[in-house]
Design a protein around this ligand. Structure first.
Ligand SMILES: [Zn+2]
Length: 292
């Protein structure tokens, strides 16, 4: 890591992470059980944002209520701890955000900084706006045509969902299940999908954008359990990319490319879930009926 970035990283890591009441050990063992080699993380409150941003040299959180980020260039995860959301959803809510961001950070090898042209690296400071060419399942981040957002976000949020499913307080689960809010459009899967939902500042049930992609990945993995294994392998071994592609395309020809091209927008993530429901989930339900 270039010394300029290393110094920013060290200053961030020197920040006293706000871990009180969080179960860091549980986070570690969850990630270890999935062989996700992750980076360091810093948890902070909203009142700490000016200090974090003064170290980073720019604004970094657009949506303060659910903020969290993995910054590949600095190999660090920053997570905003929202006291009200934690009151509504338990500390597992924040731990889940840490899991999501750390899952993004799980990768086979350190970032190759020589891939960056020098002038761009120098242009980075103090504003740190450099984009790595690839990160996790993301590719072409330094171009106009980046790809892999749906699978990368879906994977990270599936990990968060799996953690939440194990740790969501019962009263939160009940409140969400008993609400009349539509949960990701699969009414009959309400008990399964509840792990992606949370109670916002007004006690309303909300779903994060990435959860649409997570549910889509979960449905694909239900049809092809080896896909989940390969997604986890993919965080340690770049060569499994082709196998992931083949598993998805075997479920529906051409589906991988369609999902891979989706952008990091709520509209695209909803569209991707719709595709998976239509081409894989409903299709196999119908197939099942036809066979009986
Ligand atoms: Zn994410």
């Amino acid at each position: 890591m270039p010394p300029e970035l290393k110094s920013v990283r060290e200053r961030l890591l020197a920040f006293p992470s706000r871990l009180e009441g969080l179960d860091a050990h549980k986070i570690e063992s969850f990630l270890a059980s999935r062989k996700l080699n992750h980076t360091n993380y810093v948890v902070h409150y909203s009142e700490d944002i000016p200090e974090i941003e003064s170290i980073l040299g720019h604004n970094y959180i657009d949506e303060p209520s659910i903020g969290g980020i993995f910054i590949p260039e600095l190999d660090i995860v920053l997570v905003l701890r929202d006291k009200e959301l934690e009151e509504n959803n338990g500390t597992a809510f924040t731990e889940g955000k840490i899991i999501h961001e750390l899952a993004h950070s799980a990768k086979p090898q350190p970032l190759d900084y020589t891939e960056f042209p020098n002038n761009r690296l120098l242009g980075l400071l103090p504003g740190i706006s450099l984009k790595t060419p690839s990160s996790g399942f993301l590719e072409g981040l330094d171009t106009e045509n980046s790809s892999g957002w749906f699978i990368e976000e879906g994977f990270a949020d599936l990990m968060r969902g799996e953690y939440i499913a194990l740790n969501m307080p019962n009263e939160v689960k009940k409140a969400i299940i008993n609400s009349d809010t539509e949960l990701l459009g699969l009414g009959e899967r309400r008990a399964q999908v509840v792990k992606y939902a949370y109670l916002d500042h007004n006690d309303e049930v909300k779903i994060m954008n990435s959860s649409h992609a997570a549910l889509a990945i979960e449905l694909l993995c239900e049809k092809e359990p080896l896909l989940r294994e390969e997604l986890l392998n993919g965080r340690n071994d770049l060569s499994v990319g082709e196998r992931i592609k083949n598993y998805v395309n075997r479920l529906s020809p051409g589906l991988y490319d369609k999902l891979n091209q989706l952008d990091y927008t709520s509209g695209d993530f909803v569209e991707g879930l719709r595709m998976v429901v239509k081409e894989v989930y409903l299709k196999s339900e119908t197939d099942g009926e036809l066979q009986t």
